[in-house]
Design a protein around this ligand. Sequence first.
Ligand code: E4P
Length: 217
Amino acid sequence: MKFFVDSADLDQIAQLNDVGLVDGVTTNPSIIAKSGRDFKEVIAEICALVEGPVSAEVTAIKADEMIAEGRLLRKIAPNVCVKLPLTMDGLTACNKLSAEEVPTNVTLCFSANQAILAAKCGASFISPFIGRLDDINIDGLELIEEIRTIYDNYGYETEILAASIRSVNHIKECAIIGADVITSPPDVIRKMADHPLTDKGLAAFLKDWEKTGQTIL
Ligand code: E4P
């Protein structure tokens, strides 16, 4: 399973990248606004930092303008992936940009039917939002399962990029279901390493080691 970081925080991305846990990055207009940075500048910096795809989202509403924005965003760096909303205009733009071999991430997916349309329009990634569905009492993980089944039924190559991740459990369940990618806030990825028995065990090992009076280096 690939790990994307859902953030525009360069320090956080760099830290996880050093550990070897970053296969790509996703952003959206809200994340960019939160960063307080210039959109194109921050995307360029993230693209220079990580090797994998970096999703940069268009903000136009009409397909023609989305395509123009997408082409412009692609000029920032070769690993820019154009993020498009799951609307008929977004799907039209996805179809056209995919034909130009531009990598695309169709976002704001909340149903299996929407995911079918994105795959038919050649999306590189489909982003179903788990947390936002959970927020309205709809099981977000069930959507990931449905899309996995449908894509496997027809051999669609679009990768399932599970988004709106809120917990380590979301990530574990996505791995069990077989999502291709998760995109997560950095702190949730870090929490995956936590276990009280690891902390307790390490403390005991170090205490016993101290008694030996030895050093390794
Ligand atoms: C995905 O690409 C989105 O940027 C993101 O996962 C949305 O998450 P949120 O629902 O926590 O805002």
